[in-house]
Design a protein. Structure first.
Length: 485
């Protein structure tokens, strides 16, 4: 299924095809008379008298060829409400057939906050599906012709929405790919293909990583027949040489747990253990597509956590890129090992204004927050507030969780500088974040988003129909647009 949207300035009066009209909060349709025949008007008006006007929209089936979708614009809608309304509208028009709708933009009485742009953005985001591996191809198209000359998003706004949609969909595609297809070798290739969008890509393969001393990352991938990689993506859109904003992602293409093996049930979910990195890749693509006027860098660690004669053992001690030694007490706490090297490297090489990392890091964050909020851990109040507020705006919500030196102590190791799990038990997401913080060496403002509960939605959410969500692309884009551009 694909959605096609086109715009035409043609004035519209009576149209004998499916119509989409907008009314005020109370479904008062007096202002819509010019788009309706008198019989249509009285038919709808009568039905509305006995309807629940708290609803957001109605579909009136007039004939076999003509439906009218009436969308009510409630008072005081937030931007996320408008996007959710667009998604709800998608639910009404997605009927398993090819179809065409004429949306009358002039019928929007109040175009605050670029109503139509956000409405269609919500619709688009909700319509995504991943059907690559269905042999029977769907060719269905839903066309939406936007008619009229008022209330349309400017060309520039349209490009922005498109860039965000493409970045989000790119992230969703990556997360949806199974582990046998998107292993680290393939993933590194796909990221390299983004050079065509104007990103500067650097791929560090095993040989280079060894030279750099990234043994924390390499240890996780050493049981896999695939390579391990660190990939950097740079976007230089600012006119000056200002410090870049840095985004770091966990890219564990599949997480068996290693010798600390996961149980069989739901192990298949661990194909989305690279979602943090996918968000970083999708975000960088969006920034390039919309030519954001900032400098940014994305850094992802790509590995596969497998069991083999050469895999890492519990009890192994490795030396990280920072120079700190790590005792691996549990090979299933692997994401933090990958991020440890990626964080230190990012801080040292790019000297960024801040670092935000994203990772499906702990099951414990799902116990805390379910699939409603991502966990936010940070050493910086200002950055935390900015991320929190951006999340509320685009409805990719985060909730701040504590860091504290007493949690940090739990990660001290008897045999090395630090151990990768806390043996006391409890606070699993915080102690993981404390581990990460040990690899930020120069007090760079840093925020860690644990997105284990957000990256994949079994039943679908407001702006996705189930499966990979692309969580974080719109959140971080909002953060950038609002505060750094
Ligand atoms: N990738 C998992 C975390 C995860 C769990 C993501 C469920 C999404 C859904 C991570 O690598 C992991 O295995 N974490 C362990 C840490 C433990 C060994 C300290 C966990 O959460 O159990
Ligand atoms: Mn794991
Ligand atoms: Zn993992």
């Amino acid at each position: 299924m694909s959605i096609k949207i086109n715009y035409s300035n043609k004035a519209s009066s009576k149209i004998s095809a499916n119509l989409v009209l907008f009314s005020n909060e109370k479904f008062n349709i007096n202002g819509l008379k010019k788009y309706l025949s008198s019989s249509e008007f009285s038919y709808i008006n009568d039905l509305l008298k006995t309807s629940d006007l708290k609803k957001n929209l109605f579909v009136f089936k007039l004939t076999s060829k003509k439906k009218i979708v009436l969308v009510s614009i409630k008072n005081n809608l937030k931007i996320s409400d408008i996007e959710n309304l667009g998604a709800e509208f998608y639910g009404c028009i997605n009927h398993g057939k090819n179809s065409e709708y004429f949306l009358i933009s002039d019928s929007i009485a109040n175009n605050h906050d670029n109503f139509l742009g956000h409405f269609l953005h919500g619709l688009k985001l909700k319509s995504y599906e991943f059907k690559k591996y269905k042999t029977k191809k769907e060719t269905r198209v839903i066309s939406i012709h936007v008619l009229g000359n008022k209330n349309k998003p400017s060309h520039q706004k349209q490009l922005k929405f498109k860039a965000l949609e493409e970045g989000t969909f790119y992230a969703r595609d990556l997360v949806s790919e199974p582990g046998n297809v998107l292993h680290p070798d393939e993933y590194a290739k796909r990221i390299s293909s983004l050079r065509k969008d104007g990103l500067k890509i650097n791929v560090y393969d095993q040989k280079k990583l060894k030279k750099l001393g990234m043994h924390a990352l390499l240890g996780v991938g050493q049981g896999s027949i695939r390579g391990s990689y660190l990939v950097t993506m740079e976007w230089n859109g600012a006119k000056n040489n200002s410090k870049p904003l840095a985004f770091v992602g966990k890219g564990v293409c599949f997480d068996t747990g290693g010798y600390s093996l996961k149980p069989a049930k739901f192990m298949e979910d661990m194909t989305y253990d690279m979602a943090g990195s996918a968000t970083v890749v999708g975000l960088m693509k969006s920034l390039a597509l919309r030519k954001a006027k900032i400098n940014a860098v994305g850094v992802v660690g790509l590995v596969e956590n497998m069991v083999s004669g050469n895999a890492q053992r519990p009890g192994d001690i490795v030396k990280s890129y920072s120079g700190k030694t790590i005792e691996i007490l549990n090979t299933d706490a692997e994401g933090r090992l990958v991020l440890a090297d990626a964080l230190t490297f990012t801080e040292k090489k790019f000297k960024p204004k801040f670092i935000v990392d994203l990772a499906t890091l702990t099951g414990a964050i799902i116990v805390c927050l379910g699939s409603e909020y991502a966990g936010l851990f940070s050493n910086d109040d200002k950055l935390s507030k900015q991320i929190f507020n951006a999340g509320e705006k685009v409805e990719e919500k985060v909730w701040r969780m504590p860091l504290h030196k007493n949690y940090d102590k739990l990660m001290n190791s008897k045999n090395a500088d630090v151990q990768n799990i806390n043996y006391v038990g409890g606070a699993g997401s915080t102690t993981a974040a404390q581990f990460l913080q040990r690899f930020i060496l120069n007090k760079t403002p840093w925020a860690h988003l644990d997105i284990a509960g957000m990256a994949f939605s079994k039943y679908g959410g407001a702006l996705n129909s189930g499966g990979a969500t692309g969580f974080g692309v719109r959140l971080l884009n909002q953060l950038i647009e609002e505060h750094y551009e």
